[in-house]
Write a protein that binds this ligand. Structure first.
Ligand SMILES: [Zn+2]
Ligand SMILES: [Zn+2]
Length: 294
C-alpha cells in the first residue's frame, strides 16, 4: 500500500495552460454540435499528476487521513453541467465578452447598459432558495437570448450551478409528443420545477391556447412556490394585461401587447415578484451585423 502523504507533498492538480489560444486558460471550450452547444475539456489540460486521473485524492490534512475530489475535477464537473443545460448550438459563442464587444463596436449604449445590469445581477447572485431571477425584455433581435446564454455560462462555469435552458415552444412540442405516445408530462415538469436555475427563452411567444397558458402557469407557479431562481427573455413589454389585440406579422417590432396580455396577470405578477426586469434595447443586432449603408 502506498503511504498517505501530507497534502502539501502532493503534486499540483492538472490545470489549463494560461497561454492556450483555444480556451484562454479556462480549461474548456464550447462548440456547436448540430442543435446544441457542447462543452468539452480543452486539450491543453494535461493528465493529472495529483490524482493520477482518478479524480479522488487521499492525503493527510493536519495529521488526519482525508479523502475528497481532486481540484482537477472542477472543469469536467462544470463541462458536464453545461452539457445538461441544453444551450442551442447557434449560441455556442455567446458570452458576456462577445455581447459587450458587439455593444462597444456598434456604440450601442442601451446594450452596454443591459450588459452592465446583467453583470450587477450576476454579482449579487447567491445560490439557494430565494435567489432572485432576471427577465430580459425588448424587441425582437436585440440580443436578449445572447445575454441570457452568457449568464447561463457564467452561472455554470464560475459558480457550478445546474441550469436548464428552455425554449418555450420546444417544451410544448415535447409535451405534445409525450401525450401522443401516452407518456405523462410529470417527469418533465418535475425536472423544470426542481432544477436550480431555469432559463425560459421567449416567454409569451406562441398561439397561447388554454393548454399552453396552463403549462406556463404550471411551470412558473412551481418555481414560485419553491422560491427557485428563474431567468427569462420576452419580446413583450412588462405590464399587466391591457386587452390589446395580438400582434400580427406586420407589427412584430411594435406589439401593443404586454407580457400580462400574453401569459396572464397571475403569471406576470409572479414573475415580477421572482425576478428583476432589464430592458435590452438599441438597434436590431441583425441590422448592425449587416453594417453601415444597410
Ligand atoms: Zn486550452
Ligand atoms: Zn486530479
Amino acid at each position: 500500500m502506498t503511504p498517505v502523504l501530507p497534502i502539501e507533498q502532493l503534486p499540483a492538480a492538472a490545470a489549463a495552460d494560461r497561454a492556450c489560444p483555444h480556451c484562454k486558460g479556462e480549461g474548456y471550450v464550447v462548440e456547436a454540435q448540430a442543435e446544441l452547444a457542447v462543452a468539452r475539456v480543452c486539450a491543453c489540460v494535461p493528465a493529472c499528476a495529483r490524482c493520477g486521473g482518478l479524480g479522488q485524492i487521499t492525503a493527510l490534512v493536519d495529521g488526519q487521513v482525508r479523502s475528497g475530489r481532486c481540484a482537477c475535477q472542477r472543469v469536467p464537473d462544470r463541462v458536464a453541467r453545461f452539457n445538461i443545460a441544453r444551450v442551442p448550438g447557434r449560441y455556442a459563442e455567446a458570452t458576456l465578452a462577445t455581447f459587450m464587444k458587439g455593444a462597444m463596436e456598434w456604440n450601442e449604449q442601451k446594450k452596454q447598459q443591459a450588459a452592465a445590469a446583467a453583470m450587477t445581477w450576476l454579482k449579487g447572485w447567491r445560490p439557494g432558495e430565494g435567489a432572485r431571477g432576471l427577465v430580459l425584455h425588448g424587441l425582437v433581435g436585440r440580443g436578449k437570448t445572447h445575454l441570457l446564454i452568457a449568464l447561463i455560462r457564467e452561472l455554470v462555469f464560475r459558480h457550478a450551478v445546474t441550469v436548464r435552458f428552455l425554449e418555450f415552444s420546444r417544451l410544448l412540442a415535447t409535451l405534445r409528443e409525450g401525450y401522443s405516445e401516452g407518456r405523462s408530462d410529470s417527469p418533465i415538469l418535475r425536472e423544470l420545477a426542481t432544477v436550480e436555475v431555469l432559463a425560459i427563452d421567449e416567454l409569451g411567444k406562441g398561439r397561447l391556447t388554454d393548454w399552453e397558458l396552463q403549462v406556463i402557469d404550471d411551470v412558473v407557479s412551481r418555481r414560485y412556490n419553491s422560491s427557485a431562481c428563474t431567468l427569462g427573455t420576452t419580446n413583450f413589454r412588462p405590464g399587466v394585461a391591457t386587452g390589446a389585440a395580438p400582434p400580427n406579422a406586420a407589427m412584430v417590432d411594435q406589439t401593443p401587447q404586454t407580457l400580462g396580455d400574453r401569459v396572464g396577470d397571475r403569471v406576470y405578477s409572479r414573475l415580477r415578484e421572482m425576478a428583476d426586469f432589464v430592458e435590452v434595447g438599441g438597434a436590431d443586432c441583425r441590422e448592425l451585423l449587416r453594417g453601415p449603408g444597410r
